[in-house]
Write a protein that binds this ligand. Structure first.
Ligand code: SF4
Ligand code: SF4
Length: 506
């Protein structure tokens, strides 16, 4: 890890050794890594320029000016860095790639240097003194490449004495890029699908209904209990909105089955919505607040349309951040929700409540033989709370695991809770174009996992985020950890649940 040789594009960094060792720098190691630029048709559907506009320089500077004027936090983040260096070795992409521009402070400086040049007195008149730069094509390309090598995980922020949030800088950078015609295909296309069809996958209502019916048959065959997965039930009291990956991807779908079993046992009348069959909100990643509001509004409208009084969000990290931290500001007030549950709840919070009140019972012996560890997803750990309990986003999932599995082992404390390492695929990076970045970015998580696999023979890595589950399933084999099964938390809950057949929705 400390040699000074460049890493070949396809080379996987070794998980042997501790991530705490600060790597030697390999200048420009990732300068050619980038994801595809959005097609003109995708950009235009989002009312953005289809290709790079001729006057991109002036428009980019004007947009930067608007953003620093309207987002006070952004301006503070650009003004207050003291170059103390505390963040430099805290980013998983720097640790995995050794590229200096993946240091959080260097990533910020891509934007900060331009901000100084055009919007500060010192930068205008003495640019060489304050590291101010004009925006040129080469720098614009660096913006595109390196703002898409940040998963907006905010781990660096935890260590910054000024509280500078690099993810806000990344979001602003991406927002400006999209505004001059350089959106990212992966995220922008997903936003068009969720707007037009209701979910990221473009799965239409009949296909979704068919999937849910098939799952009901599978559960009946497995358990003998007629557990339902209702869609657009007009008599439901609760709307459940989950990432669409839960409907078909592995291991996500086993978590969906777990939600259904818990909800069946609770006796609550609940439903999915075909109009809002997606909890994810990729506009959080692209930094486009108007798109974020539109996507959130779908959920509010579906809840009002179905006349439900409770709203629950499934296992999706950034969806939970949006629901917990921004929903009221985006589309509130949510005054149709019942007084006892006046805001969206996380599915873990609901299951925990049901467990605490004795409505459901779990038998951990049903998961005997499994040794599990828990991966705190960034957007849950650092972007939200859970259950009106201080630190509930850390304790609630762990308490559910302890109730569901005989052996639960935490990874090293400096890689969990608020200091958790990103899976490497968040923030709009979960595209094959960026597989090299994703594999290298997963290095610190893989190293911490390796420690508990070696010390405690951990067999399962549990997550409550659809992106984490997809990413970790894809990259762990590259780190020689293919034998660890990535698992939905609600799969283990569902397997431990004592289920009977005489409940509502049946
Ligand atoms: S990926 Fe996370 S740790 Fe790295 S710069 Fe972005 S927000 Fe900071
Ligand atoms: S820790 Fe904060 S203040 Fe220090 S270099 Fe990083 S961003 Fe700047």
């Amino acid at each position: 890890m400390n040699d000074s040789q460049p890493v070949a594009a396809a080379e996987v960094p070794s998980v042997v050794g501790r991530y705490r060792v600060i790597p030697l720098i390999r200048e420009g190691a990732m300068s050619n890594e980038h994801s595809a630029v959005a097609d003109a048709s995708v950009q235009q559907q989002l009312k953005l320029p289809g290709t790079l506009v001729e006057d991109w320089h002036d428009r980019a500077i004007a947009r930067l000016g608007e953003l620093v004027a309207s987002r006070r936090g952004l301006r503070v983040f650009l003004d207050t860095c003291t170059k103390c260096g505390a963040c430099t070795d805290k980013c998983h992409y720097f640790l995995g790639t050794h590229d200096a521009r993946n240091m959080p402070v260097a990533r910020q400086d891509l934007l900060r240097s331009v901000y100084r040049r055009y919007f500060t007195f010192a930068g205008r008149f003495f640019p060489w003194l304050v590291g101010a730069r004009k925006l040129d094509k080469a720098l614009l390309q660096d913006w595109y490449n390196y703002f898409h090598q940040c998963s907006e995980c905010r781990r660096c922020t935890v260590f910054c004495p000024k509280g500078i949030d690099t993810s806000e800088v990344t979001m602003a950078g991406r927002e400006i890029l999209a505004s001059v015609g350089l959106g990212q295909q992966y995220s922008q296309e997903i936003i068009t699908k969720v707007n037009s069809i209701g979910n990221n996958l473009g799965m239409k209502a009949p296909a979704l209904a068919h999937v849910l019916e098939s799952l009901e048959e599978d559960i009946l065959e497995e358990t003998g209990v007629p557990v339902r997965l209702p869609l657009d039930d007009p008599d439901a009291d609760m709307l459940v909105v989950t990432p669409s990956a839960d409907f078909f991807a592995e291991p996500h779908v086993d978590g969906l089955i777990g939600y259904a079993k818990v909800l069946h046992q609770s006796g609550i009348r609940w439903t999915f919505s075909s109009a809002a069959s997606e909890a994810a909100n990729f506009a959080l990643f692209t930094g486009q607040h108007d798109h974020m509001r539109d996507i959130a509004l779908r959920i509010r409208n579906a809840a009002v349309e179905l006349n439900v009084s409770r709203l629950v969000i499934g296992e999706c990290g950034h969806a939970w951040r949006v629901a917990y931290s921004f929903l009221d500001a985006l589309v509130g007030p949510m005054n149709f929700l019942e007084a006892a549950h006046p805001r969206a709840q996380h599915i873990c919070e609901l299951t925990h409540e049901l467990l605490e009140s004795g409505v459901i019972r779990l038998d951990a012996e049903r998961n005997r033989g499994k040794v599990v560890t828990y991966h705190d997803s960034c957007n849950v750990a650092r972007g939200a709370g859970m259950g009106n309990i201080k630190g509930g986003q850390f304790t609630i999932p762990r308490e559910l695991l302890v109730a569901s599995v005989p052996q639960v082992i935490d990874m090293s404390r400096d890689t969990t809770h608020q200091r958790t390492f990103c899976c490497g695929g968040g923030g709009g990076l979960l595209t094959d174009d960026l597989m090299n970045v994703r594999i290298k970015g997963a290095l610190p998580r893989a190293q911490a996992l390796r420690e508990v696999v070696t010390s405690h023979q951990v067999t399962h890595l549990v997550a409550i985020c659809a992106i984490c589950k997809t990413q970790l399933s894809a990259v762990l084999p590259h780190h020689d950890l293919a034998n660890v099964q990535v698992t939905s938390l609600h799969q283990l809950v569902g397997d431990a649940l004592l289920l009977d057949g005489n409940k509502a929705n049946t």
